[in-house]
Design a protein around this ligand. Structure first.
Ligand code: CTP
Length: 206
């Protein structure tokens, strides 16, 4: 998956995030180059995927969840690079909401945690964690807590901020395994980072 989900509030507004989809597209592209049969579930992508990748376009978290649920059972590895909204409005207004009206929100399903719970033997599940924590040790602690909570096999931890991570062409990541150990660190273009992540994925699939 790639991009960022958007939750409609009314016909003209949504709750969303600044993920462009570039890192997820780079992963899909690199996997296709290696001969993988790739389906990219893209949420509001700001960049284009090459024709070697089959793209399913989605908007909201529930749409992403449904597309992933259809595709995941048939694949060897799932890489959840999309930034997913944790909440959605309980009701979507049919007309533009006026400022005095505030609605309730409900939790979205945790797609990654569910994938990890229901994975078939041998299937590899990779999560992402975008965090704004500036301190390296505190960032690693957040990543370790997240992979333990989500149950994925690997977690790509990256720092995001006003000027880093989302929307940029470069990235800097730490890959953690289920024990919270550092598998590798990579930085450079999102293509370079994608290839390093895929090296680790392929080693585990083999
Ligand atoms: N994710 C998901 N479903 C959600 C939320 C997140 O599948 N409802 C996935 C993302 O695609 C990513 C990983 O979980 O691979 C971590 O996402 P992140 O937003 O960093 O974590 P959260 O679960 O939102 O945790 P927190 O808000 O505590 O940081």
């Amino acid at each position: 998956t790639a991009g960022g989900t958007r939750e409609a509030l009314d016909p003209v507004r949504y709750l969303g995030n600044r993920s462009s989809g570039k890192q997820g597209i780079a992963l899909a592209t690199a996997a296709a180059k290696r001969g993988a049969d790739v389906t990219l579930v893209g949420a509001n992508l700001e960049a284009e995927a090459p024709s070697s990748v089959r793209v399913l376009h989605v908007g909201s978290t529930l749409e992403l969840a449904s597309a992933v649920q259809d595709v995941a059972p048939g694949v060897d590895a799932v890489i959840m690079a999309a930034a997913v909204a944790d909440y959605r409005p309980e009701f979507v207004a049919d007309s533009k909401i006026k400022k005095e009206v505030a609605g309730d929100r409900v939790r979205n399903p945790d797609i990654l945690a569910r994938l990890a719970e229901t994975r078939r033997p041998g299937q590899l599940i990779v999560g992402f964690a975008a965090e704004t924590e500036p301190d390296r040790d505190a960032l690693l602690a957040l990543g370790r807590a997240k992979i333990a909570r989500k149950g994925s096999d690997l977690l790509v931890l990256n720092r995001v901020g006003w000027r880093e991570g989302f929307g940029t062409d470069d990235n800097s990541i730490v890959l953690l395994d289920r024990l919270g150990d550092i598998v590798m660190e990579a930085s450079g273009s999102k293509q370079t980072v994608a290839d390093r992540i895929l090296d680790a994925v392929v080693a585990r699939l083999a």
